[in-house]
Design a protein around this ligand. Structure first.
Ligand SMILES: [Zn+2]
Ligand SMILES: [Zn+2]
Length: 247
């Protein structure tokens, strides 16, 4: 499966970083992990075919993760196709309110909502998705996506939580937020680079991609890079449209 980083910023970041959204593309269709503002344009810029996306997982209801949804629903209506939206009850209620607020009516004809929670496992379009509740300022779910023997985990917005370790265990790629650049990151429901690295080590993942940058990419200290190399974890600092093939 191919992973395309459509955006890598947080809500407030340099505009060129975009908002954190990740496309997961298999042979016959794809998933979107979060859909921040402008995600449709980001897909176009990154060469991701909108028709390939039939499922969107929304990790939590913050605007930098869901504000692209009305456009995706309008496109589904225009193209006479259906879109699956996967998320917690909190997310689904918020998306319904958002669609109403911006005048997207009769969306039920084009949208299937799939409500999920901690510990759930579902299969969609050849992908197996598992979920774990993480710790943020609103309800937030991390997701593990498995496809043809490969695996990617997306942390959502979260402070450090043990729940990510079993969810990520042995995965080919852990995509973890690092928007907290100071030790008090947890007070704001976010993780530091050290938190992400700890999850990567303990879950024995092969690669760690860091995302959801606050303002700009975080400083990378030499000792962190050295210890990641010693542990055999490849560090990826993606830019918008960066892609990686897991095979
Ligand atoms: Zn966010
Ligand atoms: Zn958030």
């Amino acid at each position: 499966m191919k992973i395309v980083f459509l955006g890598v910023g947080g809500w407030i970041s340099r505009p060129k970083l975009g908002f954190t959204s990740i496309a997961v593309l298999g042979r016959y269709g794809g998933l979107l992990l979060d859909a921040g503002e402008g995600v449709y344009h980001a897909m176009d810029r990154c060469g991701v075919d909108i028709n390939a996306i039939d499922t969107v997982f929304l990790s939590h209801r913050h605007g930098d993760h869901v504000l692209g949804i009305p456009t995706l629903v309008q496109l589904a209506r225009y193209q006479h196709r259906r879109l699956r939206i996967v998320g917690s009850r909190d997310v689904i209620e918020s998306v319904r309110a958002l669609l109403s607020a911006v005048g997207v009516n009769e969306y039920e004809k084009h949208v299937d909502f799939i409500e999920v929670g901690h510990g759930d496992k579902i299969s969609v379009g050849g992908y197996v998705l598992r979920f774990a509740e993480v710790r943020h300022t609103v309800p937030s779910l991390a997701v593990r996506v498995e496809y043809e023997g490969r695996c990617v985990v997306y942390s959502s917005d979260t402070t450090f939580t043990e729940a990510l370790i079993p969810l990520s265990y042995g995965c080919d790629l852990l995509i973890h937020e690092v928007s907290g650049y100071s030790d008090d990151a947890r007070l704001y429901g976010h993780s530091t680079l050290y938190n992400a690295v700890e999850v990567a080590y303990r879950a024995r993942v092969k690669r760690l991609a860091i995302v959801h940058f606050y303002i700009d990419t975080p400083p990378l200290r030499v000792e962190v890079l050295r210890s990641l190399a010693e542990e055999g974890v490849e560090l990826i600092v993606p830019y918008p449209c960066y892609s990686i093939e897991l095979e």
